[in-house]
Write a protein that binds this ligand. Structure first.
Ligand code: PSU
Ligand code: MN
Length: 298
């Protein structure tokens, strides 16, 4: 069921560092052509840091660990015409021989199948605001509880209830690490007013804690939150107002299920114009660098 790209296979066999990347961020998270440019640049950054990138997806019903440039271009161009594939979708897409853009959840699953332990992305899914009535909790959190992959992100967007997201992760035994910070970053913003579980200041420290989890026989992952670089952060009223407006429109339109997150992300992008897209791209680069460092240390 799994095709590992030759370059990735060679690195894994030789015990060299590999970093997984997701494809939902390409097809559903950013517009074309910035999505393709970003995906290729992220791979380049990981290479410059001395690790091998493995962008993950489902193509023609097969799990792929490592895509060619042409395949990345294909996912970027087809955009939302490619199914957003979470855990519940993967078996059906495989049976039908279809394509799927992998979320954090399914990227973790396929990374683990391939033997990749570190994964860089932008933001993860979490507990949505109003989850006490909607029950909308991303499968990403369940996956972090059961699949041993170290996920590097810039926190989670304030479209989520960040406090409830932390509670959920605590219940399921997922440690939340702040890289160089005690405060949980909130994607566009370095600040959430919430505390992470542990502050760590070096990739080595993170790698060691992650390795110890495995040595202890735990099956779950680890969430590393890496604040967006100061110069690209969008703190303050602009982004909060955009999020509020997006949430209100989603409610009015009755947006539900897997459409919720892409709808909110696209709305915020529309409302804030190019600014949020630029921040989004910059934080992904920043996470790729840290993830490569962790993979090397591991
Ligand atoms: N949050 C972001 N950007 C993203 C996503 C979330 O800031 O691109 C994507 C990721 O692929 C994540 C998925 O795994 O959305 C979560 O979707 P849901 O909330 O439907 O579980
Ligand atoms: Mn959801």
């Amino acid at each position: 069921m799994l095709d590992i790209h030759p370059e990735v296979k060679e690195a894994l066999d030789a015990g060299k560092p590999v970093v997984a990347l997701e494809s939902t961020i390409i097809s559903h998270g950013m517009p074309y052509p910035q999505n393709v440019e970003t995906a290729l640049q992220v791979e380049q950054i990981i290479r410059e840091e001395g690790a091998v990138p493995a962008t993950i997806a489902m193509i023609g019903g097969r799990c792929k660990a490592g895509l060619s440039k042409e395949e990345i271009e294909y996912f970027g161009k087809k955009g939302t015409a490619i199914a957003k594939a979470s855990r519940r979708d993967l078996g059906v897409l495989a049976a039908r021989g279809e394509d799927g853009a992998t979320t954090v959840t399914t990227t973790m699953i396929i990374a683990h199948m391939a033997g990749i332990r570190v994964f860089a992305t932008g933001g993860i899914g979490g507990v949505h605001r109003g989850a006490e009535t909607s029950f909308d909790i991303s499968a990403d959190l369940e996956e972090l509880a059961q699949t041993p992959v170290c996920v590097v992100c810039a926190g989670a967007k304030a479209i989520l209830d960040l406090a409830l997201t932390l509670e959920y992760l605590e219940t399921h035994g997922v440690p939340v690490i702040g890289y160089g910070t005690e405060e949980l970053p909130a994607f566009y913003s370095r600040h959430s007013g919430l505390r992470v579980d542990y502050r760590m200041d070096t990739p080595q420290e993170i790698a060691k804690a992650f390795a110890m989890q495995q040595t202890l026989g735990f099956r779950g992952g680890m969430l590393v939150t890496n604040p967006i670089p100061e110069e690209y952060a969008m703190d303050g009223k602009g982004i909060d107002a955009a999020i509020e407006q997006a949430l209100q429109e989603a409610e009015e339109k009755g947006i539900k299920g897997k459409e919720t997150t892409p709808f909110l992300l696209a709305k915020i992008k529309d409302i804030t114009g190019g600014d949020s897209l630029d921040s989004n791209i910059r934080l992904v680069y920043n996470n790729a660098r840290l993830a490569a460092g962790i993979a090397k240390a591991l």
